[in-house]
Design a protein around this ligand. Structure first.
Ligand SMILES: *[C@@H]1O[C@H](CO)[C@@H](O)[C@H](O)[C@H]1NC(C)=O
Ligand SMILES: *[C@@H]1O[C@H](CO)[C@@H](O)[C@H](O)[C@H]1NC(C)=O
Length: 716
C-alpha cells in the first residue's frame, strides 16, 4: 500500500504541485497555395512546377506569455514552406499591427520554415530566389501571408494557462551528412568530441493545458525535407509534414486529416549539410556511389542523387517522417522537466555584408557582399549540370556568359570571398531588382532555460554546434544555469548557407552558398553573443538598419491561368464538359490497391483563396443503410493524391484541364462502398471571343461555378 501511494504522488506531483508555467496559444491554418503552374521553392529547378497536391501545407503558430505578465509574449511559427522570408514578415506584421497594435512585432515573432522543397516559390523578395519562378508570384505570397496571420490569430484567441516541458533524446536513423568530405576539413580534435557527423539530438517542447490535456508539441531536429526529390510535381510537406500529420491524427481523434485543437510542429535546426536520403548519394545510371569529393557520376552532377530509405520518394517521406514522429512522441510522453516561466526576446537587423568580426588575438576581419561560388546548385539532394561540388577553379566559358549577361564581380568582392571562385556576385547585382539580402534579421527567443537562436540561414552541422556552444557557454556564465540553446534555422529572412571557415576552404555546395564569405560564422557568433547579453540584462538592442521593402519593385512574367474549357468538339459541341468523368474507377478493389478517377476540370490555381481549408478531392464511404455518404479522406491525407494536368490547349484560347483523384487504399481500410469526388473552381472564358490576344489580356477571375462530380464504386 505504501509503495503504491508513493508512485501516486510521483506521477501527479507535477500536476498538482505546480501552477502552469506559461500562458500558451496554439493555432494552425492551411497555407497550401497555387497547386498548378507555379515553380516549387527549394531545388531552383525551373521545370519543377506544381501539378497537384500530395499533402496540404500548414502554418503552425505558438504563443507563449508570462503568467504574471500576460502581455509579455513571444510567437513561434513553423510553416510548411522552404524558408522564412522578409517579404512574408512585412505582410504578416502589417496584418498583426491592424489587429493587435504593438503586441506582436518583428521583435517577438519568429516565422520559420520546415524547409520542405515542395511548396510554391515566388514569395521571397530577393531576385536570386525568384529567378526560377518567373519572378514574384502574387497568389503564392498573398496566400502565405494570410494563412500565417490566421494561424497566429487563432493562437491568440485560445491563449490559456499551460504547462510547458522540455525534453531531449537521440534519433539515430533519420539523417546523414551529405557533405562528409567538407565536414572532415574541421579540426580532428573538434570532430573527436562528437560521435556523429550530424546532430542526432531531438529537442521537444510539450504543452499541456491546465487540466493536463494535450495541447501541442514542437520538435527541433536537423534534416532537409528533401525526401520528395526534384522530379516531384505535387505540393507536399515532405517528411516533417508527415511527422506533424501522424501526431495530429493521433491526438485529434475523430477529426479530418488531424485538424483539431492539438498542433504538432516540426522545426528545423542546423540542417545545412544534413540529408534524409539515408543510402547516400548514388549514380542514377549505375547505382554505384558517386565520386565522394565532387558528387558526380562520370563528371555529371544531375546523375548523382541521394536515395533511400524507401523504395520511392513517397515511402522515403513516410519513413523519415514516421521516425521523427515516433521519437517526438516518446520524448513528449516522457517529458518531466518544466521550464522556468520567463519569456524573453531580442531582435536586431544587421548589415551582414559589412560586419566587423573581432579576432581573439586582436584585429578585425570582415564579411563580404553576397556571392555564389561555382559549386552552386550541385547539392546531392537535387543538383543541376554543369555545376559540380568542390569547385575551386573558375570555368572560363561560364564567366564569359556571366559577364555578358549579368555582372562582373569587383576585385574587392573576389578578394573578400577567396578561396571561393565567384560565379555570381549577387551582392553587386541590382536588376531587375536586388538579387541578394544585405540586411538580415537576428533574433533570440527565450522560454526559461530554453533559448532559441533564430537564424536567417542554413547552418552546417559543425557551424551550428559552434554557435550553440558559444551561446550556451555565454548564458551559463551569465547566470542562466542549465541553459539549453537550440538553433532554429530558415527563419525570418533567407541568406543561404553558413559553414565553418575550414569547410569553406573545400567549396562544396554549402560553402559555395555561404554568400557572405569565410568569416560569416564568426560574425554570427559575435552577433548572437551580443544578443545574449541583451537577453540576459533584459534590454533591447537598437533596431539596426531598416530592412528594405521591395514589394513595389518585384515583377513577374508568370501569366494568370487561362480560361477553362470543356473538352467539346468546336463544330459538333459533343464531348465531356467540366466536371464530367473521363476515366472511371474499377468496380472492385482490394485493400492495398490504388483507386483512380479522372475528370475534366478547372485549373486549381483559379481560386487559391477559396480552396484554402477546403479540398480538391474526397474519398467518401456509403452509409449503410441509406444513401448518404460520409467523408473519409481529403487531399490533405497522405493516402490520397490530387493530380492536375493541362490536357490540351483548346482551340478557343483557353485550356482543358484534367484532374485525377488517386487513393492508395490503406491495408487496414474498413470494407464498404466508396466513391471518389472532385471539386474545384473554373474560370469562365468569354464565349465567342477567341482571338490570339486573349491570352495576353488577363481575364477577370470569375468563379462561375463550383463543379463537383461524384462516382460510385464498391470495395469488398
Ligand atoms: C526521384 O524519385 C523517384 C522515385 O520516387 C525515382 O524514380 C527518381 O529517379 C528520383 N529522381 C531523382 C532525380 O532523384
Ligand atoms: C550594407 O553594407 C554595404 C557594404 O559596406 C553598404 O554598401 C550598404 O550600403 C549597406 N547597406 C545598408 C542598407 O546600410
Amino acid at each position: 500500500m505504501k509503495a503504491i501511494s508513493c508512485v501516486f504522488v510521483l506521477i501527479l506531483g507535477v500536476a498538482l504541485g505546480q501552477d502552469p508555467n506559461f500562458i500558451v496559444g496554439v493555432g494552425i491554418e492551411d497555407v497550401t497555395g497555387p497547386a498548378a503552374d507555379v515553380n516549387m521553392m527549394g531545388y531552383a529547378h525551373p521545370g519543377q512546377t506544381s501539378r497537384g497536391i500530395h499533402t496540404r501545407l500548414y502554418s503552425r503558430a505558438f504563443i507563449f506569455c508570462e503568467v504574471d505578465n500576460p502581455d509579455k509574449c513571444e510567437v513561434f511559427v513553423v510553416v510548411d514552406f522552404a524558408m522564412g522570408a522578409t517579404a512574408i514578415n512585412i505582410g504578416v506584421f502589417e496584418r498583426l499591427k491592424t489587429l493587435y497594435g504593438s503586441m506582436y512585432t518583428e521583435k517577438n515573432v519568429a516565422i520559420c520554415g520546415t524547409h520542405t522543397h515542395s511548396g510554391p516559390a515566388g514569395y521571397l523578395q530577393y531576385f536570386v530566389f525568384d529567378a526560377t519562378s518567373q519572378g514574384f508570384v502574387h497568389d503564392a505570397y498573398d496566400n502565405l501571408v494570410e494563412g500565417i496571420f490566421q494561424s497566429i490569430r487563432i493562437a491568440h484567441e485560445n491563449r490559456a494557462p499551460s504547462f510547458v516541458y522540455h525534453n531531449t533524446g537521440e534519433l539515430l536513423d533519420a539523417n546523414i551528412n551529405r557533405s562528409p568530405s567538407a565536414y572532415e576539413a574541421n579540426p580532428a580534435n573538434e570532430r573527436a568530441r562528437y560521435t556523429h557527423d550530424v546532430d542526432k539530438v531531438m529537442t521537444v517542447l510539450k504543452i499541456l493545458g491546465e487540466d493536463m490535456s494535450d495541447r501541442g508539441l514542437i520538435s527541433f531536429f536537423p534534416v532537409h525535407p528533401v525526401s520528395m526529390n526534384n522530379t516531384n510535381r505535387l505540393l507536399s510537406s515532405d517528411n516533417k509534414g508527415y511527422a506533424s500529420y501522424m501526431i495530429e491524427m493521433e491526438k485529434n481523434p475523430g477529426t479530418f486529416h488531424g485538424q483539431g485543437d492539438f498542433v504538432a510542429a516540426f522545426a528545423n535546426t542546423n540542417q545545412g549539410d544534413v540529408s534524409p536520403n539515408l543510402e547516400g548519394a548514388k549514380c542514377l545510371d549505375t547505382g554505384e556511389d558517386c565520386d565522394r569529393i565532387t558528387s558526380t557520376c562520370n563528371g555529371r552532377t544531375a546523375l548523382c542523387v541521394g536515395v533511400g530509405p524507401g523504395k520511392d520518394m513517397f515511402e522515403s517521406t513516410k519513413i523519415i517522417g514516421e521516425r521523427q514522429a515516433n521519437k517526438a512522441m516518446e520524448l513528449y510522453d516522457s517529458a518531466t522537466h518544466l521550464l522556468d516561466g520567463t519569456v524573453g526576446f531580442v531582435h536586431q537587423h544587421v548589415n551582414m555584408t559589412d560586419f566587423d568580426v573581432k579576432l581573439d588575438g586582436g584585429g578585425t576581419v570582415k564579411t563580404c557582399k553576397g556571392a555564389f561560388g561555382y559549386s552552386l546548385r550541385s547539392a546531392t539532394d537535387g543538383g543541376v549540370f554543369p555545376f559540380t561540388q568542390s569547385e575551386t577553379e573558375t570555368m572560363p566559358y561560364l564567366e564569359v556568359l556571366r559577364d555578358a549577361l549579368l555582372s562582373t564581380p569587383s576585385a574587392e568582392l573576389v578578394a573578400c570571398q577567396a578561396p571561393k571562385p565567384v560565379l555570381l556576385p549577387i551582392g553587386e547585382m541590382h536588376t531587375p531588382w536586388e538579387w541578394a539580402p544585405a540586411i538580415i534579421d537576428t533574433q533570440m527567443l527565450r522560454l526559461g532555460e530554453f533559448v532559441m537562436i533564430v537564424v536567417p540561414a542554413e547552418f552546417s552541422t559543425m557551424a551550428g554546434r559552434r554557435l550553440r556552444e558559444t551561446i550556451t557557454d555565454y548564458l551559463e556564465n551569465d547566470g542562466l544555469s542549465g541553459a539549453e540553446a537550440e538553433i532554429v534555422g530558415l527563419s525570418n529572412t533567407y541568406s543561404d548557407y553558413v559553414v565553418t571557415e575550414e569547410e569553406y576552404q573545400t567549396q562544396r555546395y554549402e560553402a559555395a552558398s555561404t554568400i557572405f564569405g569565410p568569416n560569416t560564422l564568426r560574425a554570427y557568433q559575435q552577433q548572437y553573443t551580443y544578443l545574449s547579453e541583451k537577453l540576459m540584462d533584459g534590454s533591447q538592442p537598437t533596431q539596426g538598419p531598416p530592412i528594405p521593402n521591395l514589394l513595389a519593385e518585384m515583377g513577374t512574367t508568370l501569366a494568370d491561368p487561362e480560361g477553362d474549357e470543356d473538352d467539346v468538339n468546336i463544330v459538333t459541341g459533343l464531348g465531356p464538359k467540366i466536371g464530367e468523368l473521363i476515366m472511371d474507377t474499377d468496380d472492385k478493389y482490394r485493400q492495398g490497391g490504388v483507386a483512380m478517377a479522372t475528370f475534366i476540370a478547372g485549373n486549381p490555381r483559379n481560386d487559391v483563396f477559396r480552396m484554402r481549408d477546403d479540398t480538391f478531392l474526397k474519398v467518401q464511404r456509403r452509409v449503410v443503410p441509406g444513401s448518404n455518404w460520409n467523408d473519409v479522406y481529403t487531399d490533405a491525407d497522405f493516402c490520397t493524391r490530387f493530380l492536375w494536368d493541362r490536357a490540351s490547349t483548346s482551340r478557343r484560347g483557353g485550356s482543358v484541364s484534367h484532374a485525377t483523384v488517386v487513393w492508395d487504399i490503406p491495408l487496414d481500410q474498413t470494407l464498404g462502398t466508396y466513391r471518389l469526388a472532385h471539386k474545384g473552381y473554373r474560370k469562365d472564358s468569354v464565349k465567342g471571343i477567341y482571338s490570339v490576344t486573349k491570352k495576353a489580356i488577363p481575364l477577370p477571375l470569375k468563379c462561375v461555378a463550383s463543379y463537383t462530380e461524384d462516382r460510385t464504386s464498391s470495395s469488398s
